[in-house]
Design a protein around this ligand. Structure first.
Ligand code: HSE
Length: 308
């Protein structure tokens, strides 16, 4: 095999209450990446989009992830990488994770699947460090494993895949950029014990609700008393979107990753479609451009779609 094309999906980190430890994989949107082996050593990156992302490997999230992988190989192959991004950088939908995870999943295919999924997460986290200043795996892990993942620890890596009942996901991406590094900078470094107790009750409730398929418990647990009150001020109309969506039957939802996208989970497809209308109305009224998605949780993660 000389070349592989993969789909690297968007992800929702945190799932409201699980800051840095929970994430889920979406069917849509999805980046398309083609990686080819080259006789020339080194990594060459080309983007088929107009996001103006750096192509110098040490400054590119996919590049640093590949470099971390190459570090552990005696025979270092050359790579040509072509990236077509459909997940907008700075959207809160795991754009940097998709690039980093997609690159290492594709490279592993070309090398004959010599690395485990956990190794791939470890390499891809170098991309997150470059993008946000800190290693975290709550986009990378669901992007590679698919479904819903719990990252119990990153040092050492301890990833737990969680079962989940069928759910629809409605996402609105107001077209403003929130840099993850900025959205992390504004967070308080300490939390009150009473808030911590409430938050870990919610995390445990969410994990139990997902595994039992208990939609009411999932809904009750989608509450964040630590991060959301600080970050939501960066997102225009956040409270209004949440209020109206919950009134229309959403199980719950909140900031996707570090924002500005907002996501809502629903049990029924018709509810998910209604939420999209609500989101569109809210942003149209205030004159902010937006993009919406109605999708589902993807069990598959990053997939090979072609190789030759
Ligand atoms: N857990 C990270 C954060 C995800 O919320 O900062 C960033 O996509």
């Amino acid at each position: 095999m000389k070349s592989v094309t993969i789909h690297a999906p968007a992800t929702i980190a945190n799932i409201v209450c699980g800051f840095d430890i929970l994430g889920l994989c979406l069917h849509d949107p999805c980046d398309v990446m083609q990686l080819s082996l080259s006789d020339q050593p080194g990594i060459r990156i080309r983007h088929l989009d107009d996001h103006n992302l750096p192509v110098d490997p040490p400054r590119n999230v996919a590049g640093v992830a590949l470099l971390a992988m190459l570090d552990e190989l005696d025979n270092k192959p050359g790579f040509e990488l072509v990236i077509e991004k459909h997940i907008k950088p700075g959207s809160g939908l795991g754009s940097s994770a998709a690039s980093a995870a997609g690159a290492v999943v594709a490279a592993n295919r070309l090398l004959g699947d010599i690395f485990s999924k956990e190794d791939l997460v470890r390499f891809a986290m170098f991309g997150e460090k470059l993008a946000s200043g800190v290693k975290h795996a709550d986009n990378i892990a669901p992007c590679i494993y698919g479904g819903v993942t719990l990252i119990r620890s990153i040092f050492p890596l301890d990833i737990v895949t969680l079962s989940a009942p069928p759910m629809f996901v409605t996402v609105v991406h107001p077209q403003i950029e929130v840099k993850t590094s900025d959205a992390r900078q504004i967070l308080r470094k300490e939390v009150l014990l009473k808030d911590a107790i409430r938050q870990w009750g919610n995390i445990a409730g969410l994990v139990a609700g997902l595994m039992k398929g208990d939609y009411d418990l999932i809904g009750r647990s989608l509450e964040d008393v630590i991060i959301e009150p600080v970050r939501s001020i960066l997102i225009p109309q956040f409270d209004e979107v949440k209020r109206q969506c919950k009134a229309a039957g959403a199980l719950g939802g909140g900031i996707s990753g570090s924002g500005p996208s907002i996501f809502m989970l629903s049990k029924e497809e018709t509810t998910a479609a209604t939420l999209e209308i609500i989101m569109k109305d809210i942003y149209t009224k205030v004159g902010i451009d937006f993009k919406t998605y109605v999708t589902t949780v993807s069990a598959g993660g990053t997939k090979t779609i072609n190789n030759d």
